[in-house]
Design a protein around this ligand. Structure first.
Ligand SMILES: [Mg+2]
Length: 281
């Protein structure tokens, strides 16, 4: 059984800054300070860490446990309205090709699709609901599980293990995100990291973080199916030389999964057969 974990913000959808506005409102209500979030960086950080940073920006200290809970509940209270604002202003979008990929992945019985997100569970569902993508996810790891992305991913896998009632090897887990934090968290847990460039991550930093596969978005799902080992490359392309079209990154390197040697052999056989056929006319 394979597990694929998707990040939400910038990987499945872009909620047009709804989360930031909801957190700004929450901090304003508690601390009386406006627009704290404009001074902070959000790339790939979990909600709890964001809440702490925003509170610290306003008050100069860590929130108490009670204050942290209050921020969380106010954030979730304001989030739906802010999502509606984003939708009305046409700033709520799905990442290109993501529905096609999820639809395809949902057909494989040997694969379980889950969330691996820094969003609180409620926030995750609120952000995903308008996208129509929620139906593809049966479990997840969330920002309420931990401040650390790596533990969020581990928690998701733990939940998957409960669903299928069997242990999942780290090498069978694939994580798809849009920031270097997604990549490093996956690697820390021993999972396979994959990333896209159309999200919120800095392209150069993502490239440096070294995901096993990197494409612009999911417009072409083929490289992703190869990476997940669900399809074989008919051209028999060797590992580490697969070129992803539409991407400023020339080479996406398959790690220990993707294409195994048997795939390459089969591909070469198919290619030779094709050549023979052409030669015969
Ligand atoms: Mg993200």
């Amino acid at each position: 059984m394979k597990i694929v974990l998707f990040d939400i913000d910038g990987t499945l959808v872009k909620a047009g800054g709804a989360g930031v506005r909801a957190l700004n409102k929450a901090i304003k209500e508690i601390c009386g300070v406006s627009d704290v979030c404009s001074k902070l960086s959000w790339q790939g950080v979990t909600d709890k860490a964001n809440f702490d940073a925003a509170f610290r920006q306003a008050r100069g200290r860590k929130p108490t446990a009670g204050e942290a809970r209050k921020i969380g509940s106010l954030y979730v209270k304001h989030l739906p309205v802010e999502i509606i604002v984003s939708i009305k202003e046409k700033n709520y979008t799905r990442i290109k090709g993501v529905e096609k990929l999820l639809k395809k992945l949902s057909k494989y019985k040997s694969l379980l699709i889950g969330l691996g997100t820094g969003n609180l569970k409620e926030g995750a569902f609120l952000k995903l609901e308008p996208s129509g993508l929620l139906e593809y996810f049966s479990f997840g790891g969330y920002g309420c599980d931990s401040r650390h992305r790596c533990d969020v991913l581990r928690k998701a896998v733990e939940r998957a293990e409960k669903i299928i009632k069997t242990t999942i090897k780290p090498g069978s887990v694939f994580v798809i995100g849009d920031t270097p934090m997604d990549v490093s968290a996956a690697r820390e847990a021993g999972y396979h990291p994959g990333a896209i460039l159309d999200g919120f991550g800095d392209a150069r930093e993502i490239q440096k973080s070294g995901p096993e596969i990197l494409t612009k978005n999911f417009a072409d799902i083929k490289p992703w199916l190869l990476w997940l080992g669900l399809e074989r490359d008919p051209k028999g392309v060797r590992r580490g030389t697969y070129i992803c079209p539409d991407s400023p990154i020339e080479h996406a390197h398959y790690g220990s999964t993707g294409l195994d040697l048997k795939d390459v052999e089969d591909g070469l056989k198919a290619l030779r057969a094709l050549k023979r056929k052409i030669a015969r006319g």
